[in-house]
Design a binder for this molecule. Structure first.
Ligand SMILES: [Mg+2]
Length: 201
């Protein structure tokens, strides 16, 4: 493997990457639109309006009210999310280059459908072996890694985290400055040797 993926020879282990699910692998916004139309075909949907804030559910609740949570917590919502364009090919390629790759996802507090359906989603779209690579955790800052690829720009403020954030580019996070960002077409240009684990920025 080329040096750029493995960092310096003195590193004790390979570069570890965490890849978020919603908004990075799974298309939460498109899936929500579809689910909303199924649940409430007569209620006007304004999801496409300019985003304020990044938290998708918060934005949607602000616009559409608490019915949003009925949609998100309904059986089949997370299992039925479509993959983001390029995500499945991209994450397979990334794992070939960076084998210490984990899918790191923050579950809903109401986990009953969300958690098993996230496993089902990974199995369906990536294969059963990938289900061994899932980290389900409410607080990603406690996970030790070199990189976190995530669409949540507020994670840039997680100063105690061991990883460095790479923002997965999305319309709702483009206001965030100063954090490297990537898509499934550009990740090879963004992920660079990590060097010392304590060297941030
Ligand atoms: Mg996300």
């Amino acid at each position: 493997m080329r040096q750029m993926w493995g960092g310096s020879l003195s590193e004790r282990r390979p570069t570890r990457v965490l890849v978020d699910m919603d908004g990075v692998l799974a298309d939460f916004e498109r899936g929500f639109e579809r689910a909303w139309n199924d649940h409430f075909p007569n209620v006007p949907r304004t999801v496409a309006a300019p985003a304020r804030g990044w938290k998708i559910i918060d934005r949607l609740v602000r616009r559409l009210g608490p019915l949003v949570k009925d949609v998100v917590h309904a059986p089949g919502f997370f299992a039925g999310l479509p993959p983001l364009p390029g995500a499945l090919v991209g994450v397979r390629e990334m794992r070939r280059a960076l084998p210490d790759l984990w899918i790191c996802t923050r579950p809903q507090v109401r986990y009953e459908n969300c958690v098993p359906e996230k496993y089902a989603w990974v199995q369906r779209h990536l294969g059963r072996e990938w289900t061994r690579r899932i980290v389900v955790v409410r607080d990603k800052t406690i996970v030790d890694a070199d990189w976190l690829i995530d669409d949540d720009p507020t994670l840039a403020r997680a100063i105690d985290a061991r990883w460095r954030l790479v923002l997965f580019d999305a319309p709702y996070n483009r206001g965030a400055q100063g954090t490297p960002r990537m898509t499934w077409l550009t990740w090879r240009d963004v992920l660079r040797p990590v060097g010392k684990r304590t060297a941030k920025g």
